[in-house]
Design a protein around this ligand. Sequence first.
Ligand SMILES: *Cc1c(COP(=O)(O)O)cnc(C)c1O
Length: 458
Amino acid sequence: MATTMSRSGVERYVAQAKEAMAKRAAHRARVRRLKFDTIAVHGMYSVEEAFSGGQGGIIEPIFPSTSQAYRDSDEMEAALSYQIPTWCYSRIHNPSVFYLEETLALLESYGCEADATGLCTSSGMAAIKQATEPLLAKSRQGAEEINFVSASQVYGGTFQLFNLRMAERGAQVRWVTEPWRIEAWEPLVDDNTRFLYAEMPSNPQQACFDVAALASLAHAHGIPLIVDATIATPALMRPLAHGADIVVHSLSKTAGSGGDAIAGGIVARHNLISKHLADEVRADYALWLKLWPFRDSGPCMAPSVAHYILNEVRTLRLKVAQLSRNTMVVAEFLSQHPRIDRVDYLGLPHHPLHGLASRYMAVVDDGTPAFGHLMSFDIKGTAAETRRFFDALERTYRATDLGRIKSVATIPAISTHQQQGEEGRKLAGIQPTMVRLCVGAEHPHDTIADLDQALAKI
Ligand SMILES: *Cc1c(COP(=O)(O)O)cnc(C)c1O
């Protein structure tokens, strides 16, 4: 008798949740038809929600609570068997994090036929690790030599993760040094290749690749293409629309340009391609990650962090468009300076990959070509002269950071790419005279003045 009663109680909660979920799905479908800026500004939070739970607040409330309480045992049972939407415990899910996850998913899948799910993580590295690790699981026989193929021009942390940590787990990375050439990828892919991986544009070398062609190659082998689009942000490029399966982000960078928090995100298309994953996993990979491996490893995002990043993302297009314009002005100045050997910025018409990048990167909805605010250049001279220039910068911060609203510079060989050693740096094309500059929102004439006086002190 007691069991029957409790079962009907659970069913009642499940029925109520179905109704609420149908309402939410209808609202989401309406939001998905809005323009990029509108989605960025409002996300899934609505006037209706503001009055139903948010005291009329026009900005999403922060929910710092560690856990969700249930009305009774039936609701608890329905929630913890994942039969109704729940956030139960903040390591698994949280309403503030949900707002950001939905906004990210909607922006990354903007203009893309396929829908996608977002998952926020404690950092960009956690996003990359979470997104890739399940794809490298051994099959039941466990005999095969698992590998994956990646562009060699990747973030320093990613390089180490792929080169060392994945090797410790028995998965071999195969590096592609010229990722813009599809022919360079082809011979490295075999039956035991689990995914293809690349950054666009890469940090700091500005490598890029043909997203659609690489997605086709991956799919021809029944494996997914994963793109780190941290530097581009969805305001400039949305790889899912060109066939990529998973996009990973460090939200610590341009997406969170104010510099308040370390944060990461994964957006995975529904029904992504992977012959190595079960169908129910492929169906909604990001949701599966959240409910299973992510839950068990715990790299969750704090609710306050989600709130910071959400506020930043509202003005993402505006900021990225302006930062790109500033960077173009600075890149033109540097490329004409006698003490500079080479400026790597995809926006410069003479950059060998400018044409390829132009096919993928532009300000969303208005189509103006734009290439972000990261560039690198080589000082004409020695490593010591490079350091003299670097030490003479007055307003530009010396930091291993990028994506900031303030201009920041670093020497990759002694900072971000120090740990990978000379061989690794050579593979990634990092010279000791290379300076990475991420141009901020200062007036570009002031940024140029700072660079100019430092160059005069070499
Ligand atoms: C910084 C960065 C990462 C790592 O992100 P964290 O948030 O620092 O963990 C990954 N990819 C790229 C391109 C980055 O710039």
